[in-house]
Design a protein around this ligand. Structure first.
Ligand code: AMP
Ligand code: ZN
Length: 114
């Protein structure tokens, strides 16, 4: 999708601080971090949201989840604990229509979230 912000990051048309990359996924630091670790994990192919990604049913959702855990290991928060969030749709506050997992950690995270 030529007008998609995260497709442009995949295409290296917009810079990002890459944390980890696999064949089909990319992890980069959120530009407005909400925690010491705040990394976005995306599939390199365009899917609008978590529901669309799940429907693809080709193992890509698994790979996104595995990359999210790998990010937690890389940032040293896998033992202390971390949160993986997919904001899905307007009521959840999704602002970028290319599915992304937020990986948050490095501080105590309140529950329930706002
Ligand atoms: P969401 O509100 O769940 O759709 O999350 C979108 C996230 O993308 C927000 O946390 C933004 O801070 C983040 N974001 C927007 N533009 C960029 C960018 N160019 N590089 C990294 N993160 C970004
Ligand atoms: Zn996209």
């Amino acid at each position: 999708m030529s007008e998609c912000l995260f497709c442009k990051i995949v295409a290296k048309e917009i810079p990002a601080e890459i944390v980890h990359e696999t064949g089909r996924t990319l992890a980069f630091r959120d530009i407005t971090p909400q925690a010491p670790t705040h990394v976005l994990v995306i599939p390199k192919t365009h899917h609008a949201d978590a529901a669309t990604l799940a429907k693809a049913d080709d193992g890509l959702a698994d790979e996104v989840l595995k990359t999210a855990h790998e990010v937690a290991v890389i940032d040293g928060v896998s033992d202390s604990g971390y949160r993986i969030v997919f904001n899905t749709g307007p009521a959840a506050g999704q602002t970028v229509a290319h599915v992304h997992a937020h990986v948050l950690g490095g501080r105590d995270l309140t529950w329930p979230p706002g």
